[in-house]
Design a protein around this ligand. Structure first.
Ligand SMILES: *[C@@H]1O[C@H](CO)[C@@H](O)[C@H](O)[C@H]1NC(C)=O
Ligand SMILES: *[C@@H]1O[C@H](CO)[C@@H](O)[C@H](O)[C@H]1NC(C)=O
Ligand SMILES: *[C@@H]1O[C@H](CO)[C@@H](O)[C@H](O)[C@H]1NC(C)=O
Ligand SMILES: *[C@@H]1O[C@H](CO)[C@@H](O)[C@H](O)[C@H]1NC(C)=O
Ligand SMILES: *[C@@H]1O[C@H](CO)[C@@H](O)[C@H](O)[C@H]1NC(C)=O
Length: 761
């Protein structure tokens, strides 16, 4: 992992990867936590007894209730997946592997929360996605399960205010807060899972009996983004007041604390998902995830499969390791993999140079008394390269008194740079993005007048400083919160992880992008003046709960849609354009490719009326997994029942996007089936935008449906036009079913073709 990724995606990620790597290499008689998958045993009625029978002898007789005593090896006996988590020595693991019924085992690992954090927030955020609220009654009746750092119960975002009905009859969850008043008809469940974390013996031990309070903030932020109630009069230091609200404000919330501030043990995440399935949630939201691995060694993927098999939607963060290629987390096709992009709002500051050049930037700190006069401008990095980041102490040899100081992002936090500049006597600060961050500017509560500018603008400012030597000047003026068409959005965030998928290169990932930059939502702690319990943070951790909320309102509007149907509806109606009509940009202001945005940006209103969906049943994943050349036991690990791949023929996964590889001059054919979820008696014709170098034919090219829920199959052939040329490349196009009845329904799928011409792709 390179330095930039480390600092900018998350310092934690690096620590955690280092931790898990060392854990996986420890040996000898040390106890280590393993996730052990076994065949279901229909004869033993209690699955925990069956799981215990695999453990070293004392374990199947001792029924220990207190799970944290060292003697207890069984951390979790899962019910939704045929697996358990246990602490074993390597020798004991080898004994377990010899037992009849054993399927597979792999070590537990820590995965990070997927936030790039800004330390504080002084802002207010209100979503504008109101259209679907009417159809879905704001998500009423659905239950959203959040796997995260717990929750600051009692905040206004999590009150029912007497406005919500009790949870539906299927609800079986529990509230572990000992003051039961903290749970209500909004927050209906709250549980704590920390055995895996504690067994890893890191610094964040959580008392098993502790309530699932959020001492970090991440879980509170995610929960309020997805389902927070309307909170009027949330005010911001120096900014206008307004209303904060989640995407599905009438949905119920159940919280599973499976993460500590430093990250989450996979065994705890699996326990949270296991509980959520039993409790009766409709949507599970995971703003966390580690580096890619095969599905059969990824407990999040195997437990998510069980959730989807129970009809529960699983919405997952795609990761903050972008813009590097193949940097995604949570790639399984039964998960929704969410990227992050900007919203049409910034808190603007404008830098004006002595020569009249102007650059718009961002800062949450918006002083009203900072004079707009030109001050001397200095870039310490041009004198001492070590001072370029304005870290504490680095400015001692540079005269910054009364000046505006230009600093590069990196090495230390953005707010910390401002503190160093202020301590050294500086009057103001401009922070220039590095190349990797491009145009993604993050909004922070700086301690002095400041503006964060893009990489390109930073270069122009540096070149101005170079050319004017000693008398460079600049002013900073404050424009407050700017929304709407003057802020180009969505633009993909630099940190948002990119495809292609490592786990299966034949599935296009990520699936979708949503708002994940400078997102305001509830926070456990007071921030700013006047004190307010809100914070602004960025990451795929923030875009994921937006999608989770969208899923909740879709589920409320269409209770009969399967998880795959909802996912298809979200993907085939996604928007591909920014608010000025151009195609969505990436962090460099180039057209974002499908490895950055998948099908595009979520459009919740359109998703409620998709016309056709690419549906899937849980059984459809079995031939897909066998087609990956997984062994029988690998497939069994994922689907939780004994599978013989020889019993299954090849089958294309009915995915709503197309990702194929063709060799020069040859063809590939795939089959898809669409289901009519629109009006009876509708028909569609196909429209193709061919990828460069590839011709695409569809058979048949029109589809007619006389009834609702009728299915129709079609075959798509991709042929590489080029012959003889060498070199490999990716090429993008679209396949769209357009309603022929004068309706305005377009069922759009992205096409990504890898054209093989020698060499690996
Ligand atoms: C609630 O939990 C705290 C901490 O575990 C404990 O000190 C307190 O006595 C509990 N209160 C009640 C009413 O059980
Ligand atoms: C620092 O720069 C300011 C403004 O140019 C100047 O007035 C001051 O004398 C300088 N201080 C030192 C120690 O050079
Ligand atoms: C400014 O000048 C320095 C030293 O001559 C040079 O290394 C740097 O590339 C210049 N920067 C810009 C943006 O022109
Ligand atoms: C949208 O804005 C971008 C960036 O300013 C610009 O390059 C592009 O031409 C604009 N597109 C349209 C259609 O105006
Ligand atoms: C599975 O193995 C077959 C035969 O070796 C090969 O043709 C195919 O490409 C493999 N599939 C994948 C997804 O690796």
């Amino acid at each position: 992992m390179d330095e930039l990724t480390c600092i900018f995606s998350s310092l934690l990620l690096c620590c955690l990867l280092a931790t898990s790597a060392s854990l996986e290499h420890s040996s000898g008689t040390d106890l280590k936590t393993y996730i052990v998958h076994v065949l279901p045993n229909p004869i033993v009625s209690n699955s925990e007894d069956w799981h215990r029978s695999f453990l070293p002898p004392p374990q199947h007789i001792v029924s220990v209730v207190e799970p944290t005593t060292p003697a207890e090896r069984l951390l979790y006996s899962y019910r939704s997946v045929s697996a358990f988590a246990a602490r074993l020595t390597e020798q004991e693991l080898r004994d377990v592997e010899r037992r009849p019924g054993f399927v597979s085992a792999y070590p537990d690992r820590m995965v990070p929360l997927l936030t790039t954090r800004t330390p504080e927030f002084l802002g207010l955020y209100s979503d504008t996605e109101q259209g679907l609220w009417k159809d879905s009654n704001y998500g009423e009746g659905t239950i959203v399960g959040i796997m995260d750092t717990g929750i600051a119960a009692g905040l206004p975002s999590f009150q029912d205010n007497g406005l919500l009905p009790p949870p539906p009859a299927r609800w079986k969850g529990v509230c572990e807060f000992n003051a039961s008043s903290l749970c209500n008809n909004k927050l209906i469940g709250a549980r704590n899972f920390a055995r895996g974390l504690n067994a890893m013996n890191n610094h964040d031990k959580i008392t098993a009996a502790a309530p699932p309070s959020d001492t970090e903030g991440h879980g509170t932020h995610a929960a309020s983004t997805a389902v927070g109630m309307f909170v009027d009069g949330a005010s911001v230091d120096g900014q206008a007041g307004g209303t904060a609200v989640g995407i599905a404000p009438r949905a119920h919330l159940s919280v599973y604390r499976v993460c500590a501030p430093r990250g989450c043990a996979t065994s705890d995440i699996m326990a949270g998902i296991d509980a959520a399935i039993g409790d009766g949630v409709d949507v599970i939201s995971l703003s966390l995830g580690g580096s890619s691995r095969p599905y059969y060694r990824d407990g999040i993927a195997t437990s998510s499969f069980a959730a989807v098999a129970s009809g529960i939607f699983v919405s997952c963060a795609g990761g903050n390791s972008g813009p590097k290629a193949s940097s995604l987390s949570n790639e399984a096709p039964w998960m929704l993999t969410v990227a992050a992009s900007t919203v049409d709002r910034n808190v603007r500051t404008t830098v004006t140079l002595g020569d009249g050049q102007r650059f718009d930037g961002e800062s949450l700190y918006q002083p009203t008394d900072f004079p707009p006069t030109q001050l001397p401008l200095v870039y310490p990095g041009s004198t001492f390269s070590s001072a370029a980041y304005c870290s504490s102490g680095s400015l001692s040899r540079v005269n910054v008194t009364g000046k505006i100081v230009l600093c590069d992002t990196g090495n230390v936090g953005r707010v910390a740079k401002g503190k160093a500049v202020k301590n050294a006597g500086g009057a103001g600060m401009i922070i220039a993005n590095r190349k990797v961050e491009g145009y993604t500017t993050l909004t922070d509560p700086h301690v002095l007048p400041a503006s964060v500018v893009s990489y390109t603008d930073g270069l122009k400012i540096k070149s101005y400083i170079n050319s004017t030597t000693s008398d460079a000047k600049a002013s900073i003026t404050f424009k407050g919160t700017v929304t709407g068409s003057s802020v180009l959005a969505p633009v993909v965030a630099y940190f948002s992880s990119r495809g292609p998928s490592k786990a299966d290169r034949n599935i296009l990932k990520p699936d979708i992008t949503g708002p994940g930059v400078n997102i305001l939502a509830a926070w456990p702690f007071d921030i700013g003046t006047p004190a307010a319990k809100f914070n602004i943070i960025s990451g795929t951790s923030m875009s994921t709960p937006h999608l989770t909320g969208v899923v909740a309102v879709l589920k409320a509007a269409h209770p009969d849609w399967s998880p795959a149907a909802i996912k298809s509806a979200i993907m085939t109606t996604a928007s591909r354009t920014t608010n000025n009509g151009s195609m969505i940009f990436d962090q460099n202001m180039n057209k974002a490719d499908f490895f950055a945005i998948g099908a595009g940006h979520v459009d919740p209103v359109a998703a409620s009326n998709p016309g056709l969906v690419y549906d899937l049943s849980p059984a459809d994943y079995v031939p897909y997994l066998c087609g990956l050349n997984y062994t029988d036991s690998q497939v069994t690990t994922i689907v939780h029942k004994a599978i013989k791949c020889a019993d299954y023929g090849p089958a294309d996964l009915n995915y709503p996007s197309f990702m194929v590889f063709v060799s020069h001059g040859s063809s590939v054919t795939v089959t898809r089936t669409v289901t009519n979820v629109g009006a009876a008696g509708s028909s569609y014709s196909v429209r193709i935008t061919e990828p460069v170098g590839v011709s695409v034919t569809v058979q048949p090219d029109t589809l007619s449906f006389s009834q609702a829920n009728e299915k129709a199959q079609f075959i798509v052939t991709f042929t590489s036009d080029r012959s003889g040329s060498s070199g490999s490349s990716y090429s993008e196009g679209h396949l769209t079913w357009v309603s022929a009845d004068g309706g305005d329904i377009s069922v759009k799928s992205p096409i990504m073709v890898g054209i093989n011409g020698g060499g690996n792709m």
